[in-house]
Design a protein around this ligand. Structure first.
Ligand SMILES: [Zn+2]
Ligand SMILES: [Zn+2]
Length: 371
């Protein structure tokens, strides 16, 4: 079987068993089986459903981690939910496991390789959970990959450095006071409070030289009678910022608006953090090596030095929580349309092998570095 067919066969296997965050049971079992067969020492059930494969040269040298996410997205179809790999995590697994097989077949001269099959990227807590187990604390270098939408990188193009945006999801619950519709002065209308909050949030100003956005994404009210004052509302907000420091500022502004506006009306507000993901901090340690590996695979015309995206990626937790870690993350161009998180997402499968070749040569060149 040629390498291109091989990698797509693995993709097909993962593609047919999509499982959402922390429920990647069959996915983890398949990854463990592939790693075991290739000769890795395998640890399963790491931080929930995570799987770690260890390949040790038994000689001193750097420890290189290679991470793939495993979870799919859930879409509502009628009354039920279906899992679909609409973010390409099946593709990342096929690339990373192909690299794992190549490393085991050809052998490593020094250091150690740890293959990290990470759960729950989509809900932003898989990386944190995995880190908390301590099992990857010995890693010196960590590499990752994500498929890129076509507008950021097309087929035979690979991005060497991705600037991921910080993302925060907040939910606010507003409790007012119901009253007869004829006596609004006796109630506190949660709809009025919610509208004022949304208007104030839409009037937030941040430094225009930085990338940021904030918007309401949910506004649900209690199912009260149409001739009664509404006493309850839930609001959802999606916050983005290209810098972590800007995100902190933005979060504080939103918290204050929700709290102070509710106070103004005499309503109670509860605000809860649903999820958060830091932006990527520039890591230049191995950037030159990443670029060299890309150029030797797709030529200098295929190298895209950097891209900025408003999307979040929980890989950024590794660097944020372990600042000494040296990280590299490539964006694989593969003519992906119509976009990530679209249930009809599709891409050019013959590009997967380019991702694997770049990561294979990168792992090898890092293993040659002094620890
Ligand atoms: Zn995603
Ligand atoms: Zn993803």
């Amino acid at each position: 079987m040629n390498p291109d067919e091989h990698i797509n066969k693995i993709w097909q296997q993962f593609h047919s068993i999509p499982e959402p965050a922390f429920r990647e049971v069959k996915t983890a079992a398949l990854a463990a089986k592939i790693l075991q067969k290739a000769g890795y020492e395998v640890v399963s059930g790491v931080g929930g459903t995570g799987v770690i494969g260890i390949l040790d040269s038994n000689k001193p040298g750097p420890v290189v981690g290679l991470r793939s996410d495993m979870d799919c997205l859930l879409f509502t179809e009628g009354e039920s939910e279906v899992g679909i790999h609409a973010c390409g995590h099946d593709a990342h697994m096929s690339v990373v496991l192909t690299v794992a097989q190549l490393l085991a077949q050809k052998g490593i001269d020094q250091g150690k390789v740890k293959i990290i099959m990470q759960p729950a990227e989509e809900i932003g807590c898989g990386a944190k959970t995995l880190l908390s187990t301590g099992i990857i604390d010995d890693i010196d270098y960590l590499l990752g990959i994500h498929l890129m939408p076509k507008d950021l990188a097309a087929s035979r193009q690979i991005v060497a450095q991705i600037h991921w945006t910080a993302c925060t999801l907040l939910e606010a619950e507003i409790s007012g006071q119901t009253a007869h519709g004829s006596m609004p002065h006796l109630g506190i209308n949660a709809i009025d409070v919610g509208c004022s909050i949304i208007n104030a949030i839409n009037a937030i100003h941040m430094n225009p030289l930085e990338g940021w956005s904030v918007k309401a994404t949910r506004f649900q009210t209690g199912e009260g009678a149409i001739n009664a004052i509404c006493d309850f509302a839930t609001l959802g907000f999606d916050l983005r910022a290209t810098k972590n420091s800007e995100m902190e500022l933005l979060k504080t502004k939103v918290f204050n608006i929700v709290k102070k506006t509710s106070e103004l009306y005499g309503a109670q507000a509860k605000i809860k953090l649903v999820g958060t993901c830091p932006s990527s901090e520039d890591d230049l340690e191995i950037l030159e090596l990443v670029k060299q590996a890309i150029v030797s695979e797709v030529g200098s015309e295929g190298l895209i030095p950097e891209r900025t995206t408003t999307v979040g990626e929980d890989f950024n937790f590794y660097k944020k929580l372990r600042p000494n870690l040296k990280t590299g993350f490539i964006g694989l161009g593969c003519d992906l349309t119509p976009g990530l998180h679209d249930r009809n997402m599709h891409f050019n499968h013959s590009d997967l092998i380019h991702g694997a070749n770049v990561l294979y040569s990168l792992v090898n060149s890092i293993l040659k570095l002094k620890k």
